[in-house]
Ligand binder design. Structure first.
Ligand SMILES: Nc1ncnc2c1ncn2[C@@H]1O[C@H](COP(=O)(O)OP(=O)(O)OP(=O)(O)O)[C@@H](O)[C@H]1O
Length: 729
């Protein structure tokens, strides 16, 4: 389809729908959708019923080449649907005005004071917000890097300004914005009439809402547009990933040529490994280094995927190459960074410094720019800017008209200074980035910072957590690509059910594995986390029984920990409590969609007490529930220092000595909702090192083969107990 017809369709849809718009007064409209970029969109009917013209309605196929136009059309449709879903969620959220209700969603914090502000890198405003009297903030999902809208709490019509969370503590939250949150800002930019001008921010209360990530979507769309039309190396790599061209290893197409064992042995012998690796890890490194286009490292839980890709990166740098190392989440990037800095000196972390582990701060771009000798001038300019801002926000006396004029002049001067700071910083940033061997960043790449930089190798860790539109910014900068991850664990979060239904949760890595089989990937098989019996079920059901527990963990038990008593309970690595027949019906959380189960929570409380009585400390225990409502329920009831209670999604990539899982679902219809995605359970079941306890209702779960097998596995191991015999467990 021609881009013109797509553009026309998109425009028509945008006009028809009259999208919700939350205004960002500095950088234009924030929230008016991706369609303004002239991108593709699905076709809809005027009566609101959508009839999607989706190129691949069953998701992207892996058994035939994908047409680039259709492929990018599909990705744009996903993004469009996801944008709609996020905007709808924000609109619903902002309708809720009761503090208790809105804060219980975890997506908003209300009644905030602006307690301090200053300027950060690129002249952004950094605003510190806190509850009056320094009260603790409610539990919330506003993480560092989350896009938010900051608005006046007492004014439901305030469209707010866009920001990004830049720091988060128990009692305060900091956001970075392009605009200062003065009530007057709306007046100078066509804002609403009748708004009361305020002389002092001290009297204002603010509200923060998690917002749609329009900036990210725009960046993804721009990258997709470039990739669609790319020639040269990027065009070739695109064709390889779309199945039009065959990937090559050691100069040969992988679908028709086996790797020559001699060349492989030669490659392997030639590597001076920087880390102690096991044989499958070493093979994976050699395989990745031989790939001419793309290679995949499949890392089941605890098998040292991050360790392995760090070695690949180190070897690549030793060969004189430059590497871009990314992952979808800040946490995954930091995990990788932590390993990389132990192996080599020139690694730069681009992104929010607040999210970076304390010990790694010195590697952030911000810190490196800050310590650059030429930075002194910028520091002076920043001081001047802070001074002007304080002046502008000082309560004025006298004529209100004059006040507003003066304030506007001061803000204009502040704007000029910010421009100057930015251009000075840009040249320092450029030189720091040019000197780096490895750049670490999330896959949402700041195009301004990385400008035209391309890399010999691009590595995407946790790549199954990345939606496909989210990968093209990184791919476009690659000569060769390594994807690492595990398609048997959780897929990326996709809010739109419609987008998920047409394939947005499926990953590029998974598709490549399906298309090329063993020839494109190496699986790591030795795991360093779980007792063998904790590992076995997952290994058999997801990894064809290939996992092996390393000797260091194979038979480790809770009772081997110094602080833990020796008893049957602490010696046995598995326990299942079947609640069938106990009448522990699931409930829907009041005012919510999420589920909880008081009966199962009671059992979890008893088991945690038993663990604590045996000497296990809170920080050695995690409780995992598939539903946020059950997590909230347990957090209110469980009071043990250091214990972590989270959803499966919140616990991916983590581990604990003991993990208790509350399956939560219990209903007469055998409804299990998103537990039917076995990948979610695979994550939950593979977090425990020494003891795994599952609490669930066989009557509800075992109508599904996977759970029937799971209960059977515990039964065979002799660790199955009915809730009625809990005492003997
Ligand atoms: N060859 C090895 N020898 C000894 N320990 C290892 C080896 N490889 C990895 N480990 C250890 O195993 C643990 C997991 O490693 P790593 O974090 O690299 O795994 P991962 O696969 O990225 O983890 P996740 O399952 O969380 O994704 C770490 O403690 C690491 O030190």
């Amino acid at each position: 389809m021609s881009s013109r017809s797509r553009k026309a369709r998109s425009k028509a849809k945008a006009d028809r729908e009259g999208k919700t718009s939350f205004k960002n007064t500095s950088s234009g409209s924030f929230g008016d959708g991706i369609l303004s970029g002239g991108k593709t969109s699905p076709v809809g009917n005027a009566d609101g019923s959508e009839k999607w013209n989706v190129p691949y309605p069953d998701g992207l196929p892996s058994d035939r080449p994908l047409d680039p136009d259709d492929y990018f059309e599909q990705l744009a449709i996903w993004l469009d649907l996801e944008g709609d879903a996020e905007r709808a969620r924000l609109a619903r959220l902002r309708q809720i005005r009761s503090q208790r209700d809105v804060e219980s969603t975890g997506q908003a914090i209300v009644g905030l004071d602006l307690v301090d502000y200053h300027t950060g890198l690129a002249g952004r405003y950094l605003l510190d917000l806190a509850k009056p009297g320094g009260k603790e903030l409610p539990m919330n999902r506003l993480k560092v890097g989350s896009p938010v809208v900051l608005s006046m709490d007492d004014d439901p019509s305030d469209e707010g300004i866009a920001g990004v969370v830049s720091r988060r503590k128990n009692h305060s939250i900091q956001i970075a914005t392009e605009v200062f949150p003065d009530r007057d800002r709306t007046e100078g930019s066509g804002g609403k009439s009748g708004k009361r001008p305020s002389a002092s921010l001290a009297s204002d209360r603010f509200r923060l809402d998690l917002s749609p990530d329009e900036t990210t979507r725009q960046r993804q769309l721009a990258a997709m547009g470039k990739a669609q039309n790319a020639r040269g190396r990027s065009g070739k790599l695109r064709d390889v990933l779309l199945g039009i061209k065959t990937p090559r290893v050691d100069g040969n197409p992988i679908d028709t040529h086996e790797i020559d064992p001699e060349s492989f042995a030669f490659e392997l012998n030639d590597i001076e490994f920087r880390t102690e690796l096991n044989p499958p890890q070493r093979d994976a490194v050699a395989f990745a280094l031989m790939a001419d286009d793309v290679a995949i490292i499949h890392g089941p839980p605890g098998t040292g995927k991050t360790t392995t890709i760090s070695e690949i990166i180190a070897q690549s740098v030793l060969r004189g190459e430059r590497v871009l190392a990314c992952a979808a989440s800040n946490t995954a990037v930091d995990n990788l960074l932590e390993r990389l800095v132990r192996l080599m000196p020139n690694v730069v972390r681009v992104g929010h410094p607040a999210r970076v582990f304390e010990s790694l701060q010195e590697h952030t771009l911000d810190a490196l720019v800050e310590s650059d000798p030429t930075n002194a001038v910028i520091k002076d300019l920043r001081r001047e800017l802070d001074q002007i801002l304080r002046e502008a926000n000082r309560p004025f006396r006298g004529d209100p008209g004059r006040q507003r004029r003066q304030r506007r002049e001061l803000f204009a001067e502040a704007g000029r200074l910010r421009g100057l700071i930015r251009s000075q910083e840009r040249s320092i940033v450029r030189s720091v980035i040019d000197r780096a061997d490895v750049i670490c960043t999330t896959t949402t790449i700041d195009e301004e910072l990385l400008s035209d930089q391309s890399f010999d190798l691009v590595v995407i860790d946790e790549s199954c957590q990345c939606t496909e539109p989210g990968m093209w910014q990184a791919i476009l900068r690659a000569d060769r690509l390594i994807l690492a991850g595990d398609h048997c664990q959780l897929p990326p979060t996709v809010l739109s059910d419609e987008a998920a239904r047409i394939g947005m949760r499926e990953s590029l890595m998974q598709r490549l594995v399906q298309r090329h089989g063993q020839r494109i990937y190496r699986r790591l098989t030795v795991q360093y986390r779980m007792h063998e019996s904790i590992m076995r079920f997952s290994s058999d059901h997801f990894y064809e029984g290939t996992l092996v527990a390393d000797a260091s963990v194979r038979s480790h038990r809770l009772c081997d920990l110094e602080n833990v008593d020796d008893s049957d309970f602490t010696r046995e690595p598995l326990l299942l409590i079947d609640t069938a027949g106990a009448g522990y019906e699931e409930e829907l959380e009041p005012d919510g969609q999420s589920k909880l189960n008081h009966g199962e929570a009671k059992i979890i409380l008893q088991l945690v007490k038993r663990l604590a009585d045996a000497g296990v400390t809170g920080d050695q225990i995690a409780v995992i529930a598939p539903y946020a409502a059950q997590v909230r329920n347990l957090r209110m009831r469980l009071d043990l220092d250091g214990i972590e209670i989270d959803t499966v999604d919140g616990f991916q990539g983590r581990e604990k000595e003991v993990v208790l899982i509350t399956m939560t679902r219990c209903n007469p219809d055998g409804e299990i909702g998103f537990l039917s995605d076995r990948r979610r359970s695979n994550v939950a079941l593979t977090r425990a090192k020494r003891k795994l306890i599952v609490v669930g209702d066989s009557a509800t779960l075992c109508g599904h083969e996977f759970y029937s097998d799971l209960f059977g596995y515990f039964e065979e191991a002799g660790v199955y107990h009915s809730v009625f015999t809990l005492e003997g467990a």
